[in-house]
Write a new protein. Structure first.
Length: 169
């Protein structure tokens, strides 16, 4: 499983992107927000929607559909922002993941998780911990720490700092 093995029962928060179901370890989820206004930040990657104010903190928000090269997330009554903690090189960053809808939290036993598929060498799958099976459906279990490169997170953090700078009136 690309160096990651899941050998204990864990709880996963599941969410939809397009018609696919994804899951992240609940230990990395801070909270789930209904869609709120996102402030655009100029000159950021396409997948970065902008930033939100979360109790006085600036939190960057990423459109997970665009990050995975899918169609842009269309805002509906089900659209949510999943606030997660991402750890890269020992540094924790809080960011919002814009998703089509949040589904449920449930446990998946290790025996119900298969390794990520290997489809040639050009497809990046190191951010997939495995393929979980639940109710006859596959759930792509994400390694949220490996979705973003160090450079991407640095860019996101820098843009958040710029957005947090006091505006001159």
């Amino acid at each position: 499983m690309n160096g990651t093995t899941i050998n204990e029962t864990r709880q996963y928060l599941t969410f939809k992107l397009s018609d696919e179901m994804f899951g992240v370890d609940v230990a990395q989820v801070r909270e789930i927000l209904d869609y709120i206004k996102i402030t655009k930040v100029p000159q950021t990657p396409d997948f970065m929607c902008g930033v939100i104010n979360l109790r006085g903190s600036v939190v960057p928000v990423v459109d997970m559909n665009l990050k995975f090269s899918m169609a842009k997330t269309e805002r509906t009554v089900n659209t949510c922002i999943v606030v997660v903690e991402v750890n890269i090189d020992g540094d924790t960053t809080v960011l919002g993941a814009l998703v089509d809808s949040v589904q449920e939290v449930f446990e998946i036993e290790p025996e119900n998780i298969e390794p990520a598929p290997r489809i040639g060498t050009k497809l990046k799958t190191e951010f997939i911990k495995g393929m979980g099976k639940h109710n006859e459906r596959f759930i792509i279990i994400l390694d949220i720490d490996k979705i973003f490169s160090s450079e991407e997170l640095l860019s996101v953090k820098e843009n958040s700092i710029v957005a947090d700078a006091p505006a001159s009136n």
